[in-house]
Design a protein. Structure first.
Length: 282
């Protein structure tokens, strides 16, 4: 398993504006949030306007009710003048041995189908044997650790030339990054987004093309319920549906940002090919 350190904690401009931003994003009134957090709308108004400093406990209660990501909860505490509440333990720390072992078993169990574990910046932390099949032909400079799943997928020297439905898959990945950027103020993630957005776009893909009007949408590739990743491998095209799993109720920043992405075969031909080439774990 390849291990990398987590991203640095972001800084804030004051706990009041930060809390107000999260409240507006969750579409809650001050009264609604105050009732949920066992406070008062008047006190919450004072906090948001900077007229009152919230207690550490109130910051944590508000963050819980607003479903704020763990890293950003620490940012709220720092902005309020308190120490972070949630640790950020490196994945290679001895205390993470049980968690690492569980991830490795999950990855191995998904063979012969590809699976990967990434962090909040989409850096690859671990992968199973089958992922190597998809990475065939990727330029060596993209595979130097710590390599990045988004960069490898969309880079002209990576998987992009082999992805049959690159226009749709590129749009999907950029939208996924945009959603994540709305939740975490991570400069490395923003730099990655700007980088991959600048890669050459597939020809004939109008930026404002309505999704419902595309003739090459999911149904055109044999999957009417989810967009498949269709990628060339030698003389055939492999088709996958992507699923993402995260940890429930994480109490550590590192754990909160881990995600396991698994690729399920979208057709019988892909199943037969992977089972014949990768085979069961020995």
């Amino acid at each position: 398993m390849t291990i990398m350190a987590g991203m640095g904690s972001p800084t804030g401009t004051g706990v009041g504006p930060l809390l107000r931003g999260w409240r507006v994003r969750r579409q809650l009134s001050q009264l609604q949030l105050a009732l949920r957090a066992d406070s008062s709308a008047r006190h919450l108004s004072f906090v948001e306007n900077g007229r009152s400093r919230p207690s550490r406990e109130l910051v944590l209660r508000l963050a819980e009710e607003l479903d704020v990501p763990v890293r950003e909860r620490n940012a709220l505490l720092l902005a309020a003048g308190y120490a972070p509440h949630y640790p950020e333990t490196p994945l290679d720390d001895p205390s993470m041995a049980t968690l690492r072992g569980g991830l490795e078993r999950l990855l191995a169990a998904h063979d012969p189908y590809p699976a990967v574990v990434v962090d909040g910046s989409f850096r690859v932390l671990a992968a199973n044997r089958s992922l190597g099949l998809l990475l065939t032909g990727v330029a060596p400079h993209l595979l130097e650790p710590p390599f990045n799943a988004i960069r490898i997928t969309l880079h002209p020297d990576g998987l992009a030339p082999r992805i049959v439905n690159l226009r749709q898959w590129r749009r999907h990945l950029l939208e996924r990054m945009e959603r994540q950027l709305e939740l975490v103020r991570a400069e490395p993630l923003r730099r990655l987004y700007e980088e991959v957005r600048g890669y050459p776009e597939p020809a004939g893909d109008p930026a404002d093309e309505p999704a419902d009007d595309r003739v090459d949408g999911p149904a055109a590739y044999g999957s009417p319920f989810a967009l498949p990743l269709r990628i060339r491998y030698e003389e055939r095209v492999l088709s996958f549906l992507s699923t993402i799993a995260t940890f429930n109720t994480p109490l550590d920043v590192t754990v909160s940002e881990l995600a396991m992405e698994t690729f399920l075969p979208a057709d019988a031909e892909t199943v037969r090919f992977l089972q014949s080439v990768v085979g069961p774990e020995r």
